[in-house]
Design a protein around this ligand. Structure first.
Ligand code: FAD
Length: 474
């Protein structure tokens, strides 16, 4: 069996970016496996007009290598659309455009193998080395299922880029009934059915919830073929993502260094506090929603929509006799500040309840280091094993903070991973980019606990099983 220098599992934007950066390197013989039949980026949420929330420079390669032939600008040039993009004068590509760009890159990379679902990874002795143990004494054997049968691959280094899966809260799980109940990841294929249901309830607080609400607002009314629309969020308000520039410096190597240096309990608390940095709604979209409501109401039309913040869905059931025998869902809502509950009836539900990652079950026990909560124990340079031969590309939000799911930081992380794989720096890795300092200049390291005043000391927070998962953006 051939031995690859690097094997990537998962070809989302992060795995694809790694493949694009590895492509020109003579000292990296790589292969990348994905269970899908071809590249696809959040197909269910490619709502017309939606854009990336990061500039086009956050493509697969540019921040590592602006001269790469796999850049977003190279794609625009190749497809004859560079001038239109230039005249449009917006840094933010359409989301559908980003998906097409990634497909174009994927088509050019001979290292990608689609239709391979990885089911096992074990260590095997390296036949080229007589001694066993230690770096070089073993290889990784990867088993992948295909439509034709099982394949085996051997590699010296692994990169795990398996992304996240849609998450449904317990209150909505297994809500069986006649009307559609869909996660936002399945929104577009179900949009017509949702819009025709007569009443839709969107549950969730982030950008995806807002985009679906805005999309369904167009058909919201009391006339034939129109629907009632409710948006329920347990956040205390419809809060915006923060984009101010000094805050954006938190997506920097230095801030990540600072974050990684903190005790894990403190990072868990910080991770929750920092959610509005990227889990909120774009300010423009909040304004657009308000302006649409204003426009509709100014025309005198009744807008049958309800917006509920600080409200959680705590239970749900299906009432087959409801809605005059057509059947409807009954959601039990609880207002956090008031402590009151009420029932809400709806014919359809969209769960904008995010995504969660987990350590893949295909890894042999003991292959990667885990923390006390079963999450990856990730080193600063994204390794998860003692020999630094297994890296993660994504899935380190709990250890590295806000940069983990950020498309703009993917190329930097991949540069670090390729430095680990090759033992050199094929792409220069910036260490300092921020104007501000994180931490205290000139200070010496003291045990974090003794440094903190008792009243401001960070106590470990009681966690639910849900928190054990590595939550993803949106
Ligand atoms: C709708 C939406 C919009 C977003 N927009 C932005 C944005 O504008 N800016 C931003 O910074 N971030 C954005 N994000 C967040 C983030 O960047 C994306 O979620 C991104 O797709 C993460 O890429 P990934 O490579 O980690 O994972 P994924 O895109 O989830 O890809 C993981 C891949 O791994 C494969 N895989 C999993 N298990 C196996 C297995 N056992 N065998 C083989 N293959 C496997 C899957 O098939 C999949 O192709 C957005 C997220 C969502 C949901």
């Amino acid at each position: 069996m051939k031995t690859y220098d690097l094997l990537g599992i998962g070809v989302g934007p992060f795995g694809l970016g790694l493949a694009a950066l590895a492509d020109p390197l003579d000292d990296v013989d790589a292969v990348f496996l994905d269970q899908r039949d071809g590249f696809s980026w959040h197909a269910g949420m490619l709502i017309e007009g939606t854009t990336l929330q990061v500039p086009f420079l956050a493509d697969l390669v540019t921040m590592a290598d602006p001269t790469s032939r796999y850049s977003f600008l190279a794609w625009l040039k190749a497809t004859g659309r560079l001038y239109q993009f230039y005249i449009r004068e917006s840094f933010y590509p359409l989301r559908a455009e980003y998906d097409q760009y990634c497909r174009w890159v994927a088509e050019q990379l001979p290292t990608l193998r689609w239709g391979r679902r990885v089911t096992g990874v074990v260590r095997v002795p390296d036949p080229a080395v007589t001694s066993t143990g230690g770096d070089g004494g073993y290889l990784f054997e990867v088993t992948a299922e295909t439509s034709q049968g099982v394949e085996k691959y051997c590699a010296k280094h692994l990169v795990l880029g398996t992304g996240t899966q849609p998450r449904l809260p317990a209150a909505l799980n297994e809500l069986g009934g006649a009307g559609p109940v869909v996660h936002t990841s399945e929104y577009l294929p179900n949009r017509a059915e949702l819009a025709a249901s007569g009443s839709v309830t969107v549950v969730g607080s982030g950008q995806s919830a807002a985009e679906v609400y805005r999309d369904l607002l167009d058909g919201c009314g009391t006339g034939p073929g129109e629907h009632q629309l409710t948006w329920v969020t347990r956040s205390p308000r419809f809060f915006p993502m923060e984009y101010t520039k000094l805050t954006l410096e938190m997506t920097s190597p230095e801030y990540t260094d600072h974050y990684v240096s903190l005790p894990i309990e403190q990072r868990d608390v910080l991770g929750r506090e920092q959610r509005n940095l990227y889990k909120g709604i774009s300010g423009d979209l909040i304004d657009d929603i308000y302006d649409t409501l204003y426009r509709k109401s100014a025309l005198g039309a009744e807008v049958p929509t309800t917006l509920l913040s600080d409200t959680e869905v705590i239970a749900s059931r299906y009432d087959a006799a409801g809605a005059g025998g057509a059947g409807e869902y009954v959601l039990t809502l609880r207002h956090a500040q008031l402590g009151t509950t009420a029932e809400h009836r709806t014919r359809a539900v969209v769960a904008a309840t995010g995504y969660a990652g987990a350590v893949p079950g295909f890894l042999a026990p003991g292959l990667v280091n885990l923390d006390g909560r079963g999450r990856y124990a990730v080193t600063r340079d994204y390794a998860v094993d003692a020999d630094r031969r297994i890296h993660v590309a994504g899935g380190e939000e709990h250890t590295h903070g806000v940069t983990a799911p950020d498309l703009g930081f993917g190329a930097w992380r991949n540069s670090v991973i390729l430095a680990g794989v090759t033992g050199r720096e094929p792409y220069p890795v910036e260490r300092r980019i921020a104007f501000q300092q994180f931490g205290l200049p000139g200070s010496s390291r003291v045990e974090p606990e003794s440094q903190i005043e008792p009243e401001s000391r960070v106590e470990p927070v009681a966690t639910s099983p849900q928190d054990n998962k590595m939550e993803a953006a949106r």
